[in-house]
Design a protein around this ligand. Sequence first.
Ligand SMILES: NC(=O)c1ccc[n+]([C@@H]2O[C@H](COP(=O)([O-])OP(=O)(O)OC[C@H]3O[C@@H](n4cnc5c(N)ncnc54)[C@H](OP(=O)(O)O)[C@@H]3O)[C@@H](O)[C@H]2O)c1
Length: 432
Amino acid sequence: MNNPIKVALCGLGTVGSAVFRLINDKSELFKRRFGAEIKIVAVSARDKCKERDLCLNDVAWFDDAIEMAEVSDANVVVELVGGSEGVALEVCQTALSTGKDIVTANKALLAVHGFDLAKLADEGSRSIGYEAAVAGGIPVIKALREGLVCNEVQRLYGILNGTSNFILTEMRNKGLDFETVLKDAQMLGYAEADPEFDINGVDAGHKLALLTALAFETKPDFSSVSVEGISNISELDIRFADELGYRIKLLGIARRGPEGTQQSVRPCMIPKELPMANVDGVFNAIAFQGDDTGPVLLEGRGAGAGPTASAVIADLSDLARGLRLPTFGVPIKKLKLGNPALEDTAVGRFYVRLMVLDRPGVFAEVAAILREQDVSMEAILQRTRAPGAPVPVVMTTHEVNQLAIKKAIDQFSSLDTVLEEPRIIKIENLGL
Ligand SMILES: NC(=O)c1ccc[n+]([C@@H]2O[C@H](COP(=O)([O-])OP(=O)(O)OC[C@H]3O[C@@H](n4cnc5c(N)ncnc54)[C@H](OP(=O)(O)O)[C@@H]3O)[C@@H](O)[C@H]2O)c1
């Protein structure tokens, strides 16, 4: 039996409490499987008096998490506070600088400071475990860093936020609008009281930045992820998507091409028959195209106490077994700059919905703009006629330059027969 792994646990909220319980409840199983005991020696949270239903008698309590990271006799600090700055960052910096490994579920922290922390880890021959930071219970970091290690990944994409996937699924299944479903999701505990990062795509963007770094051996760079959320998706668009043979999903997509790396999070229409289109509710999924493996699809629960704690323990098991890997797959000096590709030069297919006044000549105006911008249409739908009243007109394009479609949208907006901001959604075929 190896020496015990001594853990200082920072944060005893949803995930921290679950980790504490797992380590106590499954200690025999862990000893058997890891060949070492996992022992919590110190904990820290904001409020010592909070009722937590945890037996904390045998562990040292620290009011100051940074002090705990520095002076406790732990060999690993598990950071489960959250946030890209402040305590979480200082705890990780202190732990690494004082020779401790870290394990964290904090994607916001790593997406912004991952490179500097990885540098600290490299310098001190320590490791950063972050399986829990991306897609909770899905072992996606292990899959990329170890299972797919011999592959050159050209593209990866995924549903990386369970809250937004739940909202889109409920809108489709129940025919409800975004606001109503968001309130239901908050009542059910699937959305935070402040759901901003989940619905505006930032949370998925943080995770995508980490996956991109790992898959493409680049510095993690959240600032070059182009991010758009789901709050503009209407129930009407979901119905039209269905009619056209698509589902709308908030997808994180990273591609590497000769002109650079493109990272985006945005609502996309994908063919209904794709496995990813049928990943519903709070589930997450990630797909890779490996040059040797071919397509790989991983699916599971992306958040919640159990799945996230399970991922934290997986990182602790690596330490118990003496496995320390470079944070982003290669030594820090080998990480390349991501060289972000310009979005405007990208080519793609689009769904466009206009709300127009149903009167003669409207189609001619729309067609003239499309012709001027060299946008070629694949299909056009107008399901209802209501002379003199607003009606939706839906178009899908062939492959067009993104800049051209943006210019066309601007011109549509200036027509007085177009009554609302045009809706535009990229169509991704993702033929893995
Ligand atoms: N919840 C999930 O399903 C999930 C899934 C994947 C990843 N994550 C990530 O896991 C991390 C933790 O999330 P969570 O949901 O467990 O958060 P949470 O329930 O809000 O818990 C946060 C914990 O941090 C403690 N804390 C706050 N400020 C502190 C400070 N200054 N010093 C010491 N402790 C402090 C809080 O103390 P008190 O208890 O005293 O208030 C609380 O115990 C975040 O990075 C999150 O993004 C969460």
